[in-house]
Design a protein around this ligand. Sequence first.
Ligand SMILES: NC(=O)c1ccc[n+]([C@@H]2O[C@H](COP(=O)([O-])OP(=O)(O)OC[C@H]3O[C@@H](n4cnc5c(N)ncnc54)[C@H](OP(=O)(O)O)[C@@H]3O)[C@@H](O)[C@H]2O)c1
Length: 288
Amino acid sequence: MPPVVLRSFDPTPAHFQIKLDRPDNFIMRNRFDKRVVIVTGSSLGIGFAAAQGFAAEGAHVVLCARNEEQLKRAADSIADDGGKVSYQALDLADTDAFEKLIQDTATEHGRLDALVNNAAVTRHRMIDSMSLEAWRKNFCVTVDATFIGTKTAMAIMGKQEQGGAIVNVSSSCGSRATVGVSGYSAAKAAADSFSNCAAMEGATMGVRVNSVVPGSVATAASEAAVAGNQKVQDAIHSTIPMQRSGTPEEIAAAILFLASDEASFITGVELPVDGGKLAQLYVPTTLI
Ligand SMILES: NC(=O)c1ccc[n+]([C@@H]2O[C@H](COP(=O)([O-])OP(=O)(O)OC[C@H]3O[C@@H](n4cnc5c(N)ncnc54)[C@H](OP(=O)(O)O)[C@@H]3O)[C@@H](O)[C@H]2O)c1
């Protein structure tokens, strides 16, 4: 039988040239008018794109991250675009400070409509060279802060007439394995399981809990992970059915959807936003 020839594939054909620049992506809709939303890890990347989206659709958005300078830049940029925004520098490993931020936000605004648990600690280490301390670092934000955030927000949202929505940002690493990210992956898997359990407990309280599951996304974190090595980046893209990384705005669009009333009957969902990666059986070397 003659060999099947690999069809040439342009990873950036015209149909991918859709305008993804924020915040134009989100205009003309006001799904979060008068609503109050907290997004963790919102000075950069996916969290920042989500914060921009919420603000562009009418929410007062509360940002948090560790680096105050970067956080201020993010908040100024949202305010310059006409968004309602406030911020607080904190390390989510300090769960008391995170709990206080949630409580204070609800007290100040009289409501809390959505919480996005987005920040994560990523420690790339092979198992044989990973200390217990480095292993645990993966869990302190991804799992512990998600637990405290969910617990605190659920208590507030459960008492509100309008309920609320919690969106957790997971990763395809939570259900698929690769080398060097065992701690990160185990923490994401734990957070996924917790998220689904929280959905069950929130269901009768009017609190929906869902996860967005990004695959490879072009952010500072993912660029640092490949250390500017284009060959590695190309190799990763070649394993993705859509042959490219996602943009922070594409992940943000899914976060906004799950936080919005459009998803009013959706809870306990893990929504992949990954160019088809999780649905894939194997990476083809040939195409028919
Ligand atoms: N990028 C990807 O390819 C990809 C793929 C799958 C899943 N994800 C998930 O998507 C989420 C966002 O990732 P990203 O790529 O957008 O990351 P990023 O660009 O590195 O941004 C991370 C954000 O979280 C903040 N942050 C980190 N540690 C924190 C801490 N201890 N306390 C408070 N804030 C903290 C960072 O600010 P400071 O450093 O100033 O604190 C920053 O605002 C994560 O949950 C990640 O696991 C990303």
